[in-house]
Write a protein that binds this ligand. Structure first.
Ligand code: CA
Length: 231
């Protein structure tokens, strides 16, 4: 059964999310503080996805996101914030969140996004890829079975979203990919978010795989269009 961690200090909101997840067939772990959430995870409770409120007493949702990401690159993370400021959104995504929603939010949309994140995580663990699962591009090797990207033999730690973007690139080498196409390919056709989420993830990927992120040699910008992979 898929398991989701919900961290929110407002009882009514946390219970609403948990109730809807239960009804949709998920197992739910609830925590009203970041500290409690970390204790649950430290006790070995593995989750497929996590919904993290930003404004929490004590450690906030951003720090919690970073702490979770340090130990688990596969878990899907959605940041839930009362602030609709672009700054917050960029911050959330740049520290390892996969998605971002602002309050007030639609529970059905939140469920749809959790579902999408869990599908992604599951795809990684089910190993439904054939033995011929390694794609080589220059000094890079993308192992679709273990979901690991290697650069010159060294594994690079990627989130599920980052890995999926790399998959798209490796399957379309040298091809200019329009940002909307990347959004659709990774987040799904019914995703309502905007294409900025693509740019944020590309920026993060460049930090991880480029020798000089400010003058990228592998993930190239195609001005006014999108990105192109050069292995
Ligand atoms: Ca709160």
């Amino acid at each position: 059964m898929r398991r989701v961690l919900v961290v929110e200090d407002e009882d009514s909101i946390r219970e609403l999310i948990a109730l809807n997840l239960h009804m949709a067939g998920y197992q739910v772990l609830e925590a009203s503080t970041a500290e409690r959430a970390l204790a649950l995870l430290a006790a070995g409770e593995r989750c497929d996805a996590a919904v993290l409120d930003v404004m929490l007493p004590g450690m906030n949702g951003f720090s919690l996101c970073e702490a979770i990401r340090r130990d688990d690159s596969a878990i899907g993370i959605i940041i839930l914030s009362a602030k609709s400021m672009e700054q917050d959104k960029i911050r959330g995504l740049s520290i390892g969140a996969d998605d971002y929603m602002t309050k007030p939010f639609s529970v059905s949309e939140l469920l749809a996004r959790i579902e999408a994140l869990c599908r992604r995580v599951n795809r990684g663990t089910m190993g439904a890829v054939s033995d011929d699962s390694r794609i080589v591009s220059g000094q890079f090797v993308l192992d679709q079975k273990s979901r690991v990207l290697y650069k010159a033999g060294t594994p690079i730690d990627l989130t599920q979203v980052e890995f999926q973007i790399m998959e798209l690139f490796f399957q379309n080498p040298g091809t200019a990919m329009v940002r909307e196409k990347i959004l659709e390919g990774v987040w799904g056709e019914n995703y309502f978010g905007d294409v900025k989420i693509v740019d944020v993830n590309i920026r993060r990927l460049r930090m991880k795989i480029e020798d000089e992120p400010s003058s990228p040699k592998h993930i190239l910008t195609v001005w006014g269009y999108g990105y192109r992979w050069n292995g």
